[in-house]
Write a protein that binds this ligand. Structure first.
Ligand code: SF4
Length: 341
């Protein structure tokens, strides 16, 4: 059930929380020219399939725009690449982020950032806001949509009403700007099969009106079940080989480009933003505060790295503890640890 009135913790210069290392806040790097930036953890929807369980957190977080920019600049320096894409993809909804204008304008002042894209459910967009985004320098909006039936959309998104006609108008408004539009449905096999077919028909129509790749893209995603995410009832997870086979057939039938890979987004390898610790290694960290969940804590490894510590035993802020890293990924600079002897 959706939680209400949870505290929103604002992370800025005073709190000294590094913005490398956490999955839900700050900067996530997978060793490519794309930096995924997560400024906020609140959402206006409560999707039944939400893989990050937004709306269930006991505490929410926001990274102040100036502070976030400081860390993005650090990451950009490490990457040494002239074609960085900053993809704003929060564990929540980007248009609930009060610092958005400051953040985007700040990003536009960093010469090595070539592309600014964002992920959204699109429901908070208006024609005025779309014009502003264009003038601030946003290049692409990725918008989720899982059906062309309003009731079904409301059901998947866990809300009473969902204004689909307004969202379709939003698509038109975006297409009339210099920004690109990517519609990103999740295919819950066995649940929204008809919805996916209808969205493909809509894309074929837009294609025939002259909105072609890359101005208008359809990026169908395979539904995946995550341990800590919400699950949609009756939906089946499909092997990627099966998923791509079906997309290939649909491509042949419709003439649309549906199988998207790194090359389609000019994604290439760069220097990674990488922690110095590895999986199973032990180290001392300083607990900073509680995280989103009861058993989750934010700790600091060093001046650059935050660590998500999972502990059933309550931990105190400023406590120094020994932890063992259970996750430390080179491609996805996340640090997760548990208390250790
Ligand atoms: S819009 Fe995205 S973040 Fe928000 S609940 Fe739905 S899936 Fe989760």
């Amino acid at each position: 059930m959706r939680k209400t009135a949870t505290p929103l913790i604002e992370i800025g210069d005073q709190l000294h929380v590094p913005l490398f290392g956490l999955d839900f806040l700050g900067i996530l790097d997978r060793g490519t020219n794309v930096l995924e930036v997560k400024p906020i953890t609140i959402c206006n929807l409560y999707c039944k399939y939400c893989f990050v369980s937004a709306g269930d957190y006991r505490r929410n977080f926001l990274a102040e725009p100036e502070y976030l920019l400081k860390w993005i600049k650090k990451a950009v320096e490490i990457k040494q690449d002239d074609a960085i894409e900053v993809h704003l993809a929060p564990y929540g909804e980007i248009f609930l982020y009060s610092g958005l204008e400051k953040l985007i304008k700040g990003l536009r002042n960093i010469p090595k950032i070539a592309t600014i894209s964002m992920q959204t459910n699109g429901l908070l967009l208006s024609s005025t806001l779309i014009q502003k985004l264009e003038s601030w320098g946003v290049n692409r909006l990725n918008i989720s949509l899982n059906s062309m039936d309003e009731q079904a959309c409301a059901n998947y998104c866990g809300v009473k009403s969902y204004n689909l006609s307004r969202l379709l108008q939003t698509f038109e408004d975006i297409l009339s700007t210099n920004m690109d539009l990517l519609i990103a449905p999740v295919w819950f096999k066995g649940v929204n099969d008809q919805g996916i077919e209808d969205i493909i028909s809509y894309a074929v129509k837009k294609h025939s009106e002259g909105y072609e790749w890359p101005k208008f893209r359809l990026g169908i995603q395979n539904y995946l079940v995550y341990k800590t995410g919400r699950k949609i009832h009756r939906a089946k997870m499909r092997e990627f080989s099966y998923f791509y086979r079906v997309l290939h057939k649909m491509e042949q039938k419709t003439g649309l480009k549906l199988k998207l890979g790194p090359d389609d987004f000019d994604i290439h390898k760069t220097f990674p933003v990488m922690p110095s610790v590895k999986r199973n290694q032990k180290a001392k960290v300083k607990v900073l505060m509680q995280g989103r969940w009861k058993n989750e804590y934010i700790a600091q490894l060093d001046e650059n790295w935050a660590v998500k510590v999972l502990s059933k035993v309550p931990l105190q802020s400023q406590q120094n503890i020994q932890v063992k890293f259970i996750k430390s990924l080179l491609h996805g600079n996340l640090l997760t640890a548990i208390p250790s002897d």
